[in-house]
Design a protein around this ligand. Structure first.
Ligand SMILES: Cc1cc2nc3c(=O)[nH]c(=O)nc-3n(C[C@H](O)[C@H](O)[C@H](O)COP(=O)(O)OP(=O)(O)OC[C@H]3O[C@@H](n4cnc5c(N)ncnc54)[C@H](O)[C@@H]3O)c2cc1C
Length: 454
């Protein structure tokens, strides 16, 4: 270690942790990243099937994700990047419909003419709404009903809200749907109104791996299978981390962990700060990955309006990814976002498979079990933050109440949605703050490594 450099510990090796390490190292800091898993990536990590690397959860990067596009270029993986125009569908009452262009909107059979018009108006209306703080005290249902009306709300918005927020949909503010509409419209290119999405050969991990290599060239050290047990706090200041009973001293610590996890490893922080972290709620996700021998649908995503179907979308990523990069398999994800108290989170993989396949066959009766190569259940607990109305003052800040303990996670990204683009943009804010503060740190040397008696 170069003792003249500021020594920074980053906890968590997801996209936030890796982006932070990269930018801090560029600023001349000595960075160590600690990841509890055996790979980097976190939610954007991968799994292996038949020697093929596949995203654990479906991941796409949009052409309008400028930060992600530049990180791909800086990490030298842009030659593995492909842009594709994808299609979106809607499944209603046993039928599949195209749902892409303004014409599809206007022809969408489950809605009558007026409902279609009002739905289109809602999308346009969102583009002109710029004061998202005003929307933060308006329930999402009320905001949508005002412009879309009950018919379009029940047929389109309600199932989409259920898909994203499960049973918590009623408590979320209008800001969420506004953010989504804004992001969705960002992917439309010109008059063709086609979705422009991009993927990397071998998945999202290609970017994380490329970035990690850049980091290592700048002196960053990655520690895998390294679950941090505690952030050491002395006299109100973060002075190091505890790993396998050993205290490792640092000038500053940055946590990229979900807020409740961070709250659990800072016993020396104030009760009020730990309470604030504990009350940050997240939706989880149950997301089986079905590996098929042939194409299921021609859409990247099919939204499902039928509430009796346990999964809320069919995401066939090989309508974006060329199947030649995944041994000609066709990859389908069947996600369901879960409210914090959802009993489905406790289902066994077998139970999920039985229930999901029952409805899969109902939706696609011509599809035979022999067309399915594998059914692999992926799940995660802390995925999408839930920000109830009028709680903007409960969002944690980058510089925590503990001196030299910084944090960055998706709870703090509001009103943007949690995705690679917003996460890496937020990482830059954390870096800017830490670098500015570091100018005022005293230049004392970190204490030597001590063994803690447990
Ligand atoms: C189903 C699904 C679909 C998505 N689709 C997209 C998409 O299409 N496009 C897109 O851009 N984004 C998408 N996202 C969102 C994206 O994955 C996340 O926004 C992003 O990965 C969050 O990164 P992060 O680093 O903030 O958090 P995480 O990925 O959660 O990273 C936190 C890391 O901390 C580690 N950790 C936890 N505890 C400890 C500990 N005690 N010590 C050390 N390490 C610890 C975890 O193992 C994890 O690796 C999707 C997510 C899901 C679940």
């Amino acid at each position: 270690m170069d003792q003249t450099k500021k020594q920074i510990a980053v906890i968590g090796g997801g996209i936030m942790g890796v982006a932070l390490a990269y930018k801090l190292a560029q600023q001349g800091m000595q960075v160590d990243v600690y990841e509890r898993g055996d790979n980097l990536g976190g939610l954007a990590g991968y799994m292996l099937y038949d020697g093929v690397r596949m995203d654990r959860f479906y991941h796409t990067i949009l052409s309008s994700d400028t930060m992600m596009q530049s990180l791909m270029e800086e990490s030298g993986v842009e030659n593995k990047r492909h842009f594709t125009a994808t299609k979106q569908g809607f499944y209603d009452n046993g039928k599949l419909y195209d749902f892409n262009t303004p014409l599809d909107f206007m022809m969408f059979p489950p809605l009558n003419l007026i409902q279609r018009f009002r739905l289109g108006l809602q999308v346009i209306y969102a583009q002109f709404e710029s004061d998202w703080r005003k929307m933060d005290s308006v329930p999402v249902e009320k905001w949508l009903l005002k412009v879309s009306g009950r018919g379009a709300y029940n047929k389109v918005w309600k199932p989409l809200l259920r898909a994203k927020f499960d049973t918590t949909a009623e408590s979320v503010p209008a800001t969420y749907i506004w953010s989504r509409l804004k992001r969705m419209m960002g992917t439309r290119s010109g008059v063709t109104s086609k979705e422009m999405m991009c993927y990397l050969e071998n998945g999202y991990y290609t970017l994380i791996e490329g970035l990690a290599q850049k980091c290592e060239a700048l002196g960053v050290k990655f520690h895998l299978k390294a679950p941090i047990e505690e952030i050491v706090i002395e006299n109100g200041r973060a002075t190091g981390i505890k790993l396998a009973g050993t205290v490792l001293p640092y000038d500053a610590v940055i946590s990229t962990l979900a807020s409740p996890i961070l709250g659990g490893i800072i016993p020396q922080a104030s009760q009020s700060f730990r309470d604030l972290l504990a009350k940050q709620q997240y939706l989880g996700v149950m997301c089986p990955l079905v590996i098929l021998k042939k194409q299921l649908v021609p859409y990247y995503v099919v939204n499902i309006t039928d509430e009796s179907i346990p999964f809320t979308a069919v995401v066939e990523t090989t309508n974006l990814i060329d199947p030649q990069y995944v041994k000609d398999y066709h990859i389908v994800y069947l996600p369901k976002y879960l409210a914090p108290d959802s009993p489905i989170a406790n289902w066994s993989d077998e139970q999920v498979k039985t229930e999901w396949m029952k409805y899969f066959h109902q939706m696609f009766p011509d599809f035979k079990d022999s067309d399915i190569a594998a059914f692999i259940v992926q799940r995660a607990k802390f995925v999408e933050p839930i920000r109830p109305m009028n709680t903007l003052n409960e969002i944690p800040t980058i510089q925590t109440p503990v001196d030299r303990l910084y944090m960055g996670n998706t709870v703090m990204i509001y009103p943007d949605l949690g995705n690679g683009e917003s996460v890496t943009r937020f990482a830059m804010k954390v870096v800017d703050q830490l670098v500015a503060d570091a100018r005022n740190w005293q230049t004392e040397k970190p204490a030597p490594v001590q063994k803690v008696v447990t």
